[in-house]
Design a binder for this molecule. Structure first.
Ligand code: UFG
Length: 329
């Protein structure tokens, strides 16, 4: 089958592209390279441009017979979204609106959407179920939720099949080290700790140690990026076989505290990484842990790398050999 991947040069997008190529599927990438990296793409047809460019969208849909879309392209920084909410509505909601409209126009009836645990906001229950309330606490989560709703109504009205995948904390990298994680600026915990291990930062700041958790630091559910990739492929297959409109959590069901992550990084890198407690970061829930039973039961998802040490090891393989990220190449 032929799959259009928007945002295919980003961190999760590029790992999904690689995974699809390994499954011998035809992949077409659409990316404006504002955050993504050309060097993350290998032997794949790509269109450079923006989802807001409807002429380009027409061209992509006319030139290719697309069976399904996997839609990653988005702005995804929680803090930035608090400062620039309208940019998030523009780049996430309006761009996706154009993509959906063009998909419907060109009779492309299947879309897998990259959503987020940020749609839940402060969780009421742990582990979080897909049926739990969605009350985002920032514009990033709010825009992703708006898109989920746009997809639901598009299914009802136009028969556009969709699956929304709500990720928890993506981590790790291609085990063979071909591609990895490279954000500018970097805000995610694991790459920050690994940059400190490489001496590129003067240690790590622990954002708060007075949370109601065992060691006082926030707990997150880290999920290997290739396990996420596998879930996207299964979701595409599900849509092609059964159609429908649904939402799934993707996490590994185990939480790790910030201190545990730092300790694991010390073990994997064999470096003495300095870490100091600093004030809480605004908007951080104490704990986010997913129930992914639904994805396992309905999509047949089988995560392979649920061990934090393995995720950190794969991330380290990439970081330690690409100290300037993709700029090395
Ligand atoms: N943290 C630190 N120090 C740092 C960076 C992070 O202590 O330098 C802490 C954070 O406070 C948080 C944990 O490490 O408790 C994880 O933080 P990340 O920034 O790596 O990830 P988040 O949990 O904030 O966010 C991730 C995704 C978002 C998504 C969210 C959904 O990056 O896109 O999960 O829950 F919205």
């Amino acid at each position: 089958m032929t799959i259009l991947v928007s945002g295919g040069a980003g961190y999760i997008g590029s790992h999904t592209v690689l995974y699809l190529q390994q499954q011998n599927e035809e992949v077409i990438v659409l990316d404006n390279f504002s955050k993504g990296h050309r060097n993350a793409l290998h032997d794949v047809k790509f269109y450079e441009g923006d989802l807001a460019d409807t002429v380009l969208l027409d061209k992509v849909f006319q030139e290719n017979k697309i069976d399904a879309i996997i839609h990653f392209a988005a702005s995804s920084l929680v803090g930035e979204s608090m400062e620039k909410p309208l940019d998030y509505y523009e780049n996430n909601v309006l761009s996706t609106f154009q993509l959906i409209k063009k998909a419907v126009e060109h009779n492309v009836n299947n879309i897998v959407f990259s959503s987020t645990a940020a749609t839940y906001g402060e969780p009421k229950n742990i582990p979080i179920l897909e049926t739990d309330p969605t009350i985002p606490t920032n514009p990033y989560g709010e825009t992703k939720l708006a898109i989920e709703k746009m997809l639901k109504w598009s299914y009802e009205a136009y028969g556009l099949n969709s699956i929304c995948l709500r990720y928890f904390n993506a981590a790790g990298a291609d085990p063979e080290g071909k591609i990895g994680e490279d954000h500018t600026p970097e805000s995610h915990l694991i790459p920050i700790v690994l940059e400190a291990a490489l001496g590129q930062r003067d240690g790590v700041k622990i954002f708060g140690d007075d949370y109601p958790t065992a060691d006082g630091t926030c707990i997150r559910d880290y999920i290997h990026v290739l396990d996420l990739a596998q879930a996207h492929y299964l979701a595409v297959q599900k849509l092609l076989n059964d159609g429908g409109c649904d939402v799934f959590n993707l996490g590994n069901g185990h939480g790790f505290s910030v201190k545990e992550v730092i300790e694991t990084c010390r073990k994997v890198t064999q470096k003495d990484i300095k870490a100091d407690v600093s004030p809480r970061r605004e908007g951080d829930p104490a704990q986010l842990i997913a129930s992914s039973d639904k994805a396992k039961n309905i999509l047949g998802w089988k995560p392979h790398y649920d061990n934090l040490e393995t995720m950190v090891q794969h991330a380290w393989n990439w970081h330690s050999t690409h100290v300037n990220g993709y700029k090395n190449k």
